[in-house]
Structure formats: structure tokens, C-alpha cells
Design a protein around this ligand. Structure first.
Ligand code: NAD
Ligand code: UGA
Length: 466
């Protein structure tokens, strides 16, 4: 196989494939990187001035490398034939049908990618599984490749999970805590691992590249996301106790987090975690445990999800209770719809659920988000998996390009995303134009509650009795 590489390709031009390959192209100027996708739309966007995803700092790097050693194309087969190493970065959503419905990861896109590689490859390839998958998925990929192998063609399958977070993808890729590579414990396996190490060693210190067996690598990714999600559910569980007792969750998080064994990151109480991965990957782990006949372990991780659902529901209930037990026909401004700040991604955003619970009660919502398009907001809120009456939702929900306009004439503001700009709005101005008593529900603990109360607002927040 290859120790140094000159051509690599990526299958899947999404949140992971796009940024990861852009950084590789930037750091490895002698390597030609082709990022492919079946979606012509997505590829057109990658080739335009308006990239399909918003990530601070990404535009500039794409512009610097595009059509030099970074290419975006729908010709997946051609790119695969030419590449020595292929990243599989396709989506692995939770299955919404059949066996394992609602829990297992759907591997149909990974399998399709593997079959396509086997169909067209006429020389040996290193196939790198970057998508997040259940343990032993690399073995399935390897089986598919080997069962369809042409003469003289050999495959090595590696696991190289991605740890970037959205909104900070560029920095996470440039300065990763670690790069993880799993491979077969054979001579060929180790050589393939070395080739991938060579790519990363262009910018990542060698001691930060961890290598291990494939299964450990696959499980480590699920474990890392499960631990992160568990921290959020743990602090959110504390927030419920705080609201009942007079303890303040921010103070508790600070006190707990200063223990260096625990650490202070990822202890921010919130309306609940969202994003395309935490829920999916924890459920994936739960399903794995059930399949392995480990029901106690499955139940342990399932509880992380249960607390998250509880938190979203609890926040919506507090809004309704505070507004005198009814929001029917009331106007509520919702600030923020993406699942976290600095991204336009709405997948599994807590805002979707909060909006759903409120529209189920007949509330009129006026939604403002600096990066999410109207189209996306409506497609999330009318998604048939959770919405029974899309016409009703369209009647109840309006989107606004400006937060002041959205708040005009409302009974309450609901903060669902921690966008920085929400902390610097002129709340006195907003207050003037709202109905009284004017409420603010801070689902992200980002506002100055004392100052808001001085203005006259009734403030309700997570994890603190005000
Ligand atoms: P995404 O949906 O943004 O992108 C996946 C892309 O793959 C889509 O554009 C889709 O059209 C394309 N695709 C699917 N099948 C294809 C095929 N056969 N050939 C060519 N293209 C195909 O997904 P994402 O957010 O980039 O996530 C990809 C994987 O990475 C998932 O397994 C996810 O769990 C994991 N991951 C995501 C993140 C994140 O922050 N989003 C971080 C770490 C890991
Ligand atoms: C997460 C992980 O952080 C990445 O390491 C991982 O690669 C990725 O999942 C993945 O596998 O997809 P991401 O979902 O992009 O990244 O964003 P996070 O910053 O982890 O935030 C996830 C959710 O948790 C957001 O809704 C965020 O608001 C919430 N959160 C985060 C909290 O409520 N409290 C916190 O303290 C931290």
C-alpha cells in the first residue's frame, strides 16, 4: 500500500467531509483532495461563494485551496478510481423504520459507499470510515469490499472518527485534542495506519495521534459523545433541583467544575442538548448494548436521553405555567433556532421541541435566528415525524429577519440559542414595545437577569429561582 499519498477523496460533502477535507487540502498542498456528494445542489454550493454550511473561518480557506488542490464534484466514481485513500463521511442517521427503529444507526449510506468503491476500484485502496458508526461497522465494510474484490486490488479499512464540533470546526480541526486512528493489527493494517498518520502529521504533533485496534476506535467515538451528553444531562438534572430549592446551577457548576478531576467544560445547563449526533450516538450505544444482551448498561445510557427530553419539556411547561397557565393565542418571540450558536444547523435543536410544545398549546410564535433560513425553520416544524397538522403550524408561526420586530407586541421572549448578539440587544427598547407583564425565558443562561428585572421584565431561567 501507500506510505505517502498524492490523491485522496471523500464521499459525503457535509458538515464533516467539507471542513475536514478543506483543512487537509490546506495543510497538505501536495495532496489533491476531491470531495464528492450525490447531491448536485450541495456540490454547486461548495463551488460557489455561498457555502452550504456556515463555519467561522471556513470560507477563506476554501477560497484559498479550491480548484488548486481542493475540488468538489458529483463524479463520485471518478474520484474513487483516482484516489489512494477514501474517506467515508456520509450521514448515519437514526433508523426510522424496521429493526432497531428509533435507536439503531442507519448504515445504508455507508454500505452504498462501500459497494460503490468495490464496483469501480481497479487498484488497492485505503478506506477510512470517518462517519460515526456502531462497533464492528469497519468489519462489515471490509466484508463487502473483500467479497467484491477485483484481482490485484487490496483494501485496508481504517476507523478515524471525527471529534469536531459545529461552530468551531475550523479550530477543532486545526488544533485537535487528539486524532484517533484504528486499524487491523497486521503488517498491512499498520502500514495503512501510517499512511493516514502521514496526512495528519502535516499539522498535528505525532504524540497527539492515537492509534489502536479498529473496534476500540469505533467504540471510543460513541463513548466520547455519550460522556459529553451525560455531562449535560447531569448538570440539567441539577438544574431541576436548583429551581426547587434556591440553589443556583451556575454556582453549582462552578464549584463542581473547579475540581480538576471533573473539569469545568461542558457543564452549562441549558434547555437541552441538540445537534445531529448526541442523541443519535447515545441511542446507537443503547441499541448496541441491547443487542449484546446488556440491558442494565443500555438503561444507564438511555437515561441521558430521557433527562434531555425531560429538560426540553420542563422548559416549555415553565413557560406555559408562568404565562398564567395558558399560551393559547399569545404572541411569543423565540430568539434562536439553531442547536447552538455560530451554526445554521437545526438538526435535533431543542428549539424545535420547545416550539412544538408551544404551538401544540396554540401559541403564536415569532421566530428570529441570525443564521437559519425560514425554509429550514418551517421544514423542521412541519416534519411529518413530529407534526400532525402542518397547516396549523404555518398559521401559528412567523419568522422575522430582525429581533426587535419579532419581539414587537409579544407577551414573552424565549431564548433557545446562545447567540452572542442576544446579550447585547437593547432590552429597554424591546420592553417598551411588549405587552405587560413582559416575560423573558432564558433557556441558555446568557442574559443579565438583574438588569432585565430592573427594566421591569419578569425573568424565568433554567436552574435558578428568581
Ligand atoms: P451530512 O448529512 O451533513 O453529510 C453527509 C453527506 O453525505 C450528504 O451531503 C449526503 O448527500 C452525502 N451522501 C450520502 N450517501 C452518499 C453516497 N453514497 N455518495 C456520496 N455522497 C453521499 O452529515 P455530517 O453532519 O457531515 O455527518 C457525517 C457523519 O459524521 C455522521 O456519521 C456523523 O455522525 C459524523 N459526525 C458528525 C459531526 C458533526 O458535527 N456534524 C461531527 C463528528 C462526526
Ligand atoms: C458534538 C461534540 O462536541 C463533538 O466532539 C462531536 O464530534 C460531535 O458532537 C459529533 O459527533 O457530531 P456538536 O454537536 O457539534 O459536537 O456541538 P456541541 O458543542 O457538543 O453541542 C451539542 C449540544 O449540547 C448543543 O445543543 C449545545 O448547546 C449543548 N450544550 C453543550 C449544552 O447544553 N451545555 C454544554 O455545556 C455544552
Amino acid at each position: 500500500l501507500y506510505m505517502t499519498l498524492s490523491r485522496i477523496c471523500c464521499i459525503g460533502a457535509g458538515y464533516v467531509g467539507g471542513p475536514t477535507c478543506t483543512i487537509i487540502a490546506d495543510k497538505c498542498p501536495d495532496v489533491t483532495v476531491t470531495v464528492t456528494d450525490l447531491s448536485q445542489d450541495r456540490i454547486n454550493q461548495w463551488n460557489s461563494d455561498d457555502l452550504p454550511i456556515y463555519e467561522p473561518g471556513l470560507d477563506e480557506i476554501v477560497r484559498r485551496r479550491r480548484n488548486k488542490n481542493l475540488f468538489f464534484s458529483t463524479d463520485v466514481k471518478k474520484a474513487v478510481i483516482e484516489a489512494e485513500l477514501i474517506f467515508i463521511c456520509v450521514n448515519t442517521p437514526t433508523k426510522n423504520y424496521g429493526l432497531g427503529k428509533g435507536r439503531a444507526a442507519d448504515l445504508k449510506y455507508v454500505e452504498a459507499a462501500a459497494r460503490m468503491i468495490a464496483e469501480v476500484a481497479n487498484q488497492s485502496k485505503i478506506v477510512v470510515e470517518k462517519s460515526t458508526v456502531p462497533v464492528k461497522a469497519a468489519e462489515s465494510i471490509s466484508n463487502i469490499l473483500k467479497a467484491n474484490q477485483r484481482r490485484g486490488v487490496q483494501y485496508q479499512v481504517l476507523s478515524n472518527p471525527e471529534f469536531l464540533a459545529e461552530g468551531t470546526a475550523v479550530n477543532d480541526l486545526l488544533n485537535p485534542d487528539r486524532v484517533l486512528i484504528g486499524g487491523e493489527q497486521t503488517k498491512e493494517g499498520r502500514e495503512a495506519v501510517e499512511s493516514l498518520c502521514w496526512i495528519y502529521s502535516h499539522w498535528v504533533p505525532r504524540e497527539n495521534i492515537i492509534t489502536m485496534n479498529t473496534w476500540s476506535s469505533e467504540l471510543s467515538k460513541l463513548a466520547a459523545n455519550a460522556f459529553l451528553a451525560q455531562r449535560i444531562s447531569s448538570i440539567n438534572a441539577m438544574s431541576a433541583i436548583c429551581e426547587m430549592t434556591g440553589a443556583d446551577v451556575t454556582e453549582v457548576a462552578h464549584a463542581v467544575g473547579t475540581d480538576t478531576r471533573i473539569g469545568n467544560k461542558f457543564l452549562k445547563a441549558s434547555v437541552g442538548f441538540g445537534g445531529s449526533c448526541f442523541q443519535k450516538d447515545v441511542l446507537n450505544m443503547v441499541y448496541l448494548c441491547e443487542c449484546l444482551n446488556l440491558p442494565e448498561v443500555a438503561a444507564y445510557w438511555q437515561q441521558v436521553i430521557n433527562i434531555n427530553e425531560y429538560q426540553k419539556r420542563r422548559f416549555a411547561n415553565r413557560i406555559i405555567e408562568s404565562l398564567f397557565n395558558t399560551v393559547t393565542n399569545k404572541k411569543l418571540a423565540v430568539f434562536g433556532f439553531s442547536f447552538k450558536k455560530d451554526t445554521g444547523d437545526t438538526r435535533e435543536s431543542a428549539a424545535i421541541y420547545v416550539c412544538k410544545y408551544l404551538t401544540d398549546e396554540g401559541a403564536n410564535l415569532r421566530i428570529y435566528d441570525p443564521k437559519v433560513t425560514d425554509k429550514k425553520i418551517f421544514s423542521e416544524l412541519t416534519n411529518p415525524l413530529m407534526c400532525e397538522d402542518p397547516e396549523r403550524v404555518k398559521e401559528l408561526v412567523t419568522t422575522y429577519p430582525d429581533p426587535y420586530e419579532a419581539a414587537n407586541g409579544t407577551h414573552a421572549l424565549v431564548i433557545c440559542t446562545e447567540w452572542d448578539q442576544f446579550t447585547t440587544l437593547d432590552y429597554s427598547r424591546i420592553y417598551q414595545k411588549m405587552l405587560k407583564p413582559a416575560f423573558i425565558f432564558d433557556g441558555r443562561l446568557i442574559l443579565d437577569h438583574e438588569a432585565l428585572m430592573k427594566i421591569g421584565f419578569q425573568v424565568v431561567t433554567i436552574g435558578k429561582k428568581l
